[in-house]
Design a protein around this ligand. Structure first.
Ligand SMILES: [Fe+2]
Length: 392
């Protein structure tokens, strides 16, 4: 076996009704003053938030509530941190989708560092994050980004000189994650599909990654198996609580695998395209996953060296896990994988890039900037342009 390392994994409290444990956890850890970061309105308008805030008040927990919507921007993080620094915050609780979790993660870190978060972003600032942060509890209300299990917070600035860059350190992996499928049950279908496709992308890209390990391989394959059977069930019946639980666990696993094995060209594209115009991360990943998988498999098939053969075998295993069909040979299973991904993109109505005002020129310019990350083969400019142009 080759050398590999495993980053810390957050404590996980999983299952329907587990949100009720949050107040007890806060009391047991002697937290008196907490910051609560949520998304927009869907959770805040729910009975869960009403119950939670009532129990905070009843148990004498002081909480300072901030919302983070759209993307996690430097202004949002710096603004919340500025307000919280005058208080003696014991811990941060982030409840919501990827934006709320990334904001909570970034706030918990920036409460222990000076200056703006921009100073500490990879490829943007010149300061190195210390890894110190306030205790952090993450509670996802969507199943997709896996942010609850990762070591980075993605910070976005949209526009001509925009970026999507990470505040990253092993120390930023949350302490505790509560996954309660009841909280995710009312997630709208379009968001369920987009975030689900993000999780599938993360699992597949980390499974075939050049940095994959025996540890991430097992988790990624199991995550693909869960996502492959639960996402179609959720499209049929969004209230299926078992499918919600499986998809939520698949998403958590995708966070662990991406944190340890990295990602591929679809996330490279999502980073560049998502900094140019507002497009939900799950939509850009979902819409490109089929075309990227097809072109990578085509490229790997063109040369019969042992590394490529091994990578094709992994795509075939991923196809078997996702579709549940384990009887096919490598070539047929790879084709089946491409087919199911493209079928999902078509049947689930995942938006094309033009629906977010991307133009041909945008894609040409973007293709020059898209990084391959840990994609298991090289791709030239023309191949990257083909991947993203198919879904213009
Ligand atoms: Fe992602």
């Amino acid at each position: 076996m080759d050398k590999f390392t495993i980053s810390p994994i957050p404590e996980l409290i999983f299952g329907a009704g587990t949100i009720k444990n949050l107040t007890k956890i806060i009391i047991n850890r002697s937290f008196k003053d907490i910051a609560v970061i949520t998304g927009g309105n869907s959770f805040v308008n729910s009975v869960f938030w009403q119950d939670l805030s009532d129990s905070f008040i009843a148990d004498g927990i002081n909480f300072y509530h901030y919302k983070s919507t759209g993307e996690t921007t430097p202004e949002t993080v710096d603004g919340i941190v500025q307000k919280l620094k005058i208080r003696n915050i014991d811990a941060v609780v982030a409840i919501g989708g990827g934006t709320a979790l990334d904001t909570g993660k970034a706030v918990s870190a920036m409460l222990c560092m000076d200056g703006s978060i921009v100073d500490y972003l990879e490829g943007v600032g010149c300061k190195v994050p210390t890894g110190k942060r306030k205790p952090l509890i993450c509670i996802p209300t969507t199943s997709g980004t896996g942010s609850e299990a990762t070591k980075n917070a993605v910070i976005t600035k949209i526009g001509k000189n925009g970026y999507k860059k990470s505040l990253r350190h092993n120390g930023y992996i949350p302490d505790t994650v509560i996954i309660d499928p009841e909280l995710i049950k009312s997630c709208p279908l379009s968001l369920t599909i987009a975030t689900g496709m993000d999780a599938v992308t993360q699992l597949l890209e980390s499974y075939v990654s050049t940095k994959a390990s025996p540890f991430t391989d097992q988790l990624a394959l199991y995550g693909l198996k869960l996502a492959g059977r639960s996402l179609p069930r959720l499209v049929e019946n969004p209230g299926d609580i078992d499918a919600r639980a499986e998809m939520a666990y698949a998403s958590y696993l995708s966070g662990i695998t991406l944190a340890n094995a990295g990602l591929g060209v679809v996330h490279g594209a999502a980073s560049v395209l998502g900094s140019l115009r507002f497009i939900p991360h799950g939509v850009v990943c979902g819409t490109l996953l089929g075309s990227a998988t097809e072109i990578i498999i085509e490229k790997l098939s063109n040369s019969n060296n042992s590394v490529n053969i091994e990578s094709l075998k992994k795509f075939s295993e991923a196809g078997a896990a996702l579709t549940g069909n384990k009887t096919m040979n490598t070539e047929d299973s790879c084709s089946n994988l491409i087919k199911i991904l493209n079928t999902w993109v078509d049947n689930y109505g995942i938006s094309r890039l033009s629906e977010y005002d991307f133009t041909e020129n945008d894609l040409i310019d973007s293709s020059k900037k898209i990084g391959l990350k840990n994609t298991p083969c090289t791709l030239d400019f023309e191949e990257i342009l083909r991947i993203i142009s198919v879904r213009l």
